[in-house]
Design a protein around this ligand. Structure first.
Ligand code: ATP
Length: 246
């Protein structure tokens, strides 16, 4: 792959004697929507936190957005966006206050924050809600806002950890429109999901089982490889032998 935005080799994370992520190796191309799949406990969040510079790998090597995963975690954090599973928008701040706060954390100028706030509120059709407390928003709205905040600074790469968990199908579809728009605008998207219909929307997916990457390819290639009609069947075939489940 030419000039991947993310490239890791034999990356592992151990917690005491337990290997949560076991020697994973893969590349992500610029502009891809990369689906990072795996059953509960497979090690996705642990792997993603290492890739975001939030957790130190036990061993392995790699680069994320041009930065070394072992040595340059602070630089990685500045160059990416991250939406965690329990993303911390502040419930007791308004929609606009959250945008302003994160714009400041990302180091954007006041003018740029204002411009992005207007864009986001318009895009999400949130203009009438700018002064609503985030805690009062329905989950799907919160998640769309959280995504917009994670990409406020237009990072080269954004990591999304189960962004649509528990969200209704219509809002999930709208959320994926936002993902496509970000990708079209030049942001590479790295996303975990439990919904296999969403796996079909990805350029490529990997499937993690018990800390290891067991399959990697386009949804079409994986379905062909496992001679099945849906990504759900690919996933179930691979996850069937999993030892970990939570
Ligand atoms: P989920 O979809 O439920 O978030 P996941 O694939 O993201 O699952 P992880 O959260 O990465 O899985 O967890 C992988 C394994 O590592 C699990 O068995 C978990 O219990 C274990 N684990 C995660 N964090 C720690 C920690 N800080 N200390 C010990 N074990 C941990």
């Amino acid at each position: 792959m030419n000039d991947p935005i993310l490239s890791v080799r034999e990356l592992s994370k151990k917690f005491g004697g337990f290997t949560a992520v076991d020697r994973i190796s893969f590349d992500v191309a610029r502009g891809e929507i990369f689906g990072f799949l795996g059953a509960n406990g497979a090690g996705k969040t642990t792997a993603m936190r290492m890739l975001c510079g939030l957790s130190y790998p036990t061993s392995g090597s790699g680069t994320v957005a041009g930065c070394d995963v072992m040595r340059e975690s602070e630089r990685i954090k500045r160059r990416i966006g991250y939406m965690s599973q329990r993303f911390s928008l502040y419930d007791d701040l308004t929609v606009l206050e959250n945008i302003r706060l994160y714009g400041g954390i990302y180091g954007l100028s006041r003018r740029r924050i204002l411009r992005r706030a207007v864009e986001i509120l318009r895009r999400l059709d949130f203009r009438s809600e700018s002064r609503t407390l985030v805690g009062a928003l329905p989950l799907g709205w919160k998640q769309k806002l959280a995504f917009s905040v994670a990409t406020l600074h237009r990072p080269e790469l954004v990591f999304l950890d189960e962004p649509t968990g528990g969200v209704d199908p219509i809002t999930r579809r709208q959320f994926w429109e936002l993902i496509y728009e970000a990708a079209a605008g030049g942001t590479t998207v790295f996303v975990t999901t439990h919904y296999m219909d969403e796996a079909e929307y990805c350029s490529r997916v990997s499937v993690m089982v018990d800390g290891r990457i067991r399959a990697l390819g386009t949804p079409a290639a994986l379905k062909k490889q496992y001679a099945v009609a849906t990504m759900d069947e690919v996933f179930r075939t691979l996850a069937r032998g999993a030892k970990r489940s939570e």
